[in-house]
Write a protein that binds this ligand. Structure first.
Ligand code: BTN
Length: 262
């Protein structure tokens, strides 16, 4: 995405945000928004970048965002929507963002994206989008909720070399066509904003869940356990049945989910 893509998209989102900014190059858009929070900025905010030099992924991984090839942006979300969900704010924020992205890719391009619990969007079983939700708390008060989104748009968005921990793809690779990045960005952000408080989150996310009723490997503290994905708990946790028949709910940070290695 570039400045004109951003400006065009933002002109149609007038009134949704108290602060917006686009950076040709920045460290991490999540860090920009966190800095705004520390400066006292309130309400919904949006920072986007062409290129990130210190893009962050989950679990301390890096996230590469190269100019013109991807969407990289972060939103400061309205904490009110999540205030009664403090037990799993990160999980619910990731799910609602992933669901909005799936709905946008489906309505814009007729694609069939899936949610790989808890934070990824897949196309054809490969990762096309990663989501990094981050919270700050004042005791038990949720101070800020930032959701960072990285979408692989062109084939060149996919890092080369041995840096991927899961197979990746891009929208253009799956579509076999060029994508208008401004329209894509507008559609995703508008869907996130429009659907921020939804009662159908768990049901709709479950309908789009990758590996539902299938065997997966759950990496729990470095140990791999085979399990069958059942669905989602009411608070967005992963419901799975272990091989001994025990059903459990897992939460973000506790496990990683992988296709079952046969
Ligand atoms: C993951 O899959 O590990 C999450 C990747 C999240 C990447 C986005 S790009 C915009 C925002 N800024 C960052 O530094 N990270 C997120």
């Amino acid at each position: 995405m570039n400045t004109s893509d951003f400006n065009l998209a933002i002109s149609s989102l007038e009134g949704s945000f108290t602060k917006t900014a686009f950076f040709e190059t920045i460290g991490s858009t999540n860090d920009v928004v966190a800095e705004w929070v520390h400066q006292g900025v309130k309400g919904m905010c949006l920072a986007a970048a062409g290129e990130q030099t210190r893009g962050r992924g989950r679990a301390g991984r890096t996230w590469q965002s190269s100019a013109g090839n991807c969407l990289a942006f972060s939103l400061l979300l309205d904490t009110e929507s999540y205030i009664n969900q403090e037990s799993n704010v990160l999980g619910l924020a990731a799910l609602s963002t992933a669901l909005a992205i799936c709905e946008s890719l489906e309505s814009q391009y007729g694609l069939k994206p899936e949610i790989k619990w808890p934070n990824d969007v897949l196309l054809d079983g490969k990762k096309v989008c990663g989501i990094l939700p981050e919270t700050e708390w004042n005791g038990d008060q949720l101070r800020s909720l930032i959701v960072g989104v990285g979408v692989n748009v062109t084939r060149n968005a996919i890092p080369t070399g041995d840096v991927l921990n899961f197979p990746a793809t891009s929208i253009e690779e799956v579509l076999g066509d060029n994508v208008d990045q401004s329209k894509l960005f507008f559609s995703i952000v508008a869907q996130i904003v429009k659907k921020k408080m939804r009662t159908d989150l768990i049901k709709e996310s479950e309908n789009r869940m990758a590996y539902k009723d299938q065997e997966v490997d759950l990496v729990i503290n470095g140990n791999i356990q085979t399990a069958t994905v059942i669905g989602l708990a009411a608070d967005g946790g992963l419901r799975a049945q272990l091989v001994d028949g025990e059903q459990r709910v897992f939460y973000t940070g506790e496990i990683q989910l992988r296709p079952h290695a046969k």
